[in-house]
Design a protein around this ligand. Structure first.
Ligand code: AMP
Length: 115
């Protein structure tokens, strides 16, 4: 398993070293606007604990933490009050560029097909 880079951009956002446009936060998760939105609503939901990607998260987080994280995403999507799409890229070939696990939340228009 690759080691976690504590200087990735989302780690810096979590530490408050660089700003973000916060949408929602609780004990488990921080959710903020993507800096380069691909849809009218484009949020990123990240766990507050360090995981490289989905595989790392699902393998190494506790079941309680995994459950809390996805329930928190549900709190975010309830606030949106509209249809939405969740995406997570896992690894460079999938398009992952920031190696702190994150879920994209896209909404705000009729979204095009997946790929
Ligand atoms: P991914 O390509 O799945 O790793 O997604 C990374 C996302 O992070 C991209 O959609 C970027 O636009 C977004 N991003 C990178 N830096 C920032 C930042 N400082 N604030 C908010 N979003 C960012």
């Amino acid at each position: 398993m690759n080691s976690y880079d504590k200087d990735n951009v989302f780690a810096k956002i979590l530490r408050g070293e660089i700003p973000c446009k916060k949408f929602y936060e609780d004990q488990t998760l921080l959710c903020f606007e993507d800096i380069a939105p691909a849809a009218p609503v484009h949020l990123l939901a990240i766990p507050k604990l360090p995981f490289n990607d989905y595989n790392d998260f699902i393998t190494n987080a506790t079941p309680d933490y995994i459950s809390a994280f996805f329930k928190s995403i549900g709190e975010v999507t309830k606030l949106l009050k509209q249809d939405f799409r969740l995406i997570t890229n896992n690894g460079g070939n999938s398009g992952q560029t920031v190696f702190h696990f994150h879920v994209h939340i896209l909404a705000g228009k009729k979204l095009s097909s997946l790929l």
